[in-house]
Design a protein around this ligand. Structure first.
Ligand code: AMP
Length: 114
C-alpha cells in the first residue's frame, strides 16, 4: 500500500507542493501549526528515522538544503525556524513516511514542554 505521502509525491492526491526534484518533495502541511509549516519528504518511502540506511544519506542531507532554500523563499531564514522529525509513538509520528517539518514565521516557544 502506498503511503499518503507517496500519493502526494506521485501527484495522485492534491497538495500545495512548494518544491519537487528527483529525491525529495516539499508541500504545505494540511494542518499548519505555525505561519509557515512545510513538510519535506524523501520521494522514496522510508517509514521512520529507525529505517534509514547509509544509502539514504545523500537524500537525507538534501532534505536540509531544500529546507534551507524553502526557509529563504518563505522569508523566515533570518528570524529562524525549527526542523522536526518525529519517530514512532513517543515522537508523535502519525504518517509512516519519514518527513521533516519546517515550521516558522513566528516565535515558536520552548522546544519541549517541561
Ligand atoms: P507527524 O505527526 O510528524 O507524522 O506529522 C504528520 C503531518 O502530516 C501532520 O502535521 C499532518 O497535519 C500532516 N498531514 C496529514 N495529511 C496531510 C495531507 N494530505 N497533506 C499535507 N499534510 C498532511
Amino acid at each position: 500500500m502506498p503511503t499518503l505521502f507517496e500519493k502526494i509525491v506521485a501527484r495522485e492526491i492534491p497538495a500545495d507542493i512548494v518544491h519537487q526534484d528527483d529525491r525529495v518533495t516539499a508541500f504545505r502541511d494540511i494542518q499548519p501549526r505555525a505561519p509557515v509549516h512545510v513538510l519535506i519528504v524523501p520521494n522514496k518511502p522510508i517509514p521512520t528515522a529507525n529505517d534509514v540506511v547509509a544509502a539514504d544519506e545523500a537524500t537525507l542531507g538534501h532534505m536540509f538544503t531544500v529546507a534551507r532554500d524553502i526557509a529563504r523563499q518563505e522569508g523566515i531564514a533570518a528570524d529562524g525556524y525549527r526542523l522536526i522529525v518525529n519517530c514512532n509513538e513517543h515522537g508523535g509520528q502519525e504518517v509512516f513516511h519519514l518527513h521533516m517539518h519546517l515550521v516558522g514565521g513566528a516565535p515558536l516557544g520552548p522546544m519541549l514542554r517541561g
